[in-house]
Ligand binder design. Sequence first.
Ligand code: C2E
Ligand code: CA
Ligand code: CA
Length: 380
Amino acid sequence: MYLIAAVSAVSLCMTQTDILAHLSGDEFAISRIDIVSFESVIKLSQMLLSTLSKPFSIKGNLIHITASIGITINGINERNSIDQLLQQAHIALYQAKQQGRSKYQFYSPEINAQLQERITLENELYGALERNEMLVYYQPLIDLHSGQITAMEALVRWQHPTLGLVSPVKFIPIAEANGLILPIGEWVLRTACAQNRAWQLAGFNPIRISVNLSARQFELPNLVEVVSQILEETELQVSYLELEVTESFLMADMERSIKTLKQLRELGICLALDDFGTGYSSLNYLKRFPVNMLKIDRSFVQDVTSNPDSAAVTNAIIALAKSLRLNITAEGVETQEQLDYLKMHGCDEGQGYYFSCPVPADIITPMLQKTFQQMEKIPA
Ligand code: C2E
Ligand code: CA
Ligand code: CA
């Protein structure tokens, strides 16, 4: 019924020479000939989206729907078949849907190439865990005063059979979108906790292991149970686990986030706010989040010695952390100058290529009993 209502609304936006076709389910195509400008296509798209976003009254009930539009244009000298054009429009539609509701998107070969890569990665990501292709790398966090390692951040990598080591920046967003982040995240947590316990059993001074939580994991209703079970299985004492969360996903549902954070804190887990300074960073919510640590985002540390704005933000975050009695770590420390600046301005801990890039456990293990001054530098 709503399809009929939608079609009659759409037809009001069309000209006499436009053709409207029902492709499948709730998918329609409009074909327009003699397009004079991009603007005219944009105008049509905006008109369609706005018309379709108005509620329809069907049998006295108000129905709300939204639409997404993919657009492709057959240039004067192009000879695309109808099938090719429909395929291109579909690719653009997929891209439009990724951007949220009520969006339109033009087809472009670059977007197509990006999507192809993404689709390939996504297909191969299924089963990667079972094929033992996931690895955990470790990067030390250093006490800036003593030079000692206080914690390790666990950072996942994908050892792809043909592409080599794939960065989490590439595959975590895909895993987030299709839910694979849940088994992958749980595996990282288990592997990292087991590694930390193994270091303790080998006689090294106990340190924290820091694991990144994704938004999807954080929303799990049984997150606290999953974490407790992994701690039990790996026999790691809770105070040696730290979980990193980002401001942006905590803000999505403040009250729920606070509840989950409190439950994790009650277990005894340390909580760090990652990428701090890039989100809302409001005092108001910060005092309500029961976290132990702020991690100053790399973008500020990067030019802390050359850009007064970055220096001001860094100083403000350090002051904020001190006043709320939170620990503070600077991410992405790459130079002696940055280290000196951070130390002078009261930062407790640092992490970055200056000390060590993330590496497999067997490479970082010999560094565990050394201070960073004694560590051999592992290049990025
Ligand atoms: P992040 O949590 O902010 O991790 C820090 C990133 O900065 C890491 O990138 C690390 O390799 C990089 N880095 C550290 N020191 C330096 C430095 O001195 N200079 C520069 N330029 N970079 C530095 P990586 O390992 O590629 O991870 C990227 C992001 O992927 C992480 O950012 C995190 O958001 C996500 N990620 C990594 N592992 C996991 C995981 O197990 N679970 C989840 N949910 N996310 C993960
Ligand atoms: Ca992190
Ligand atoms: Ca970070």
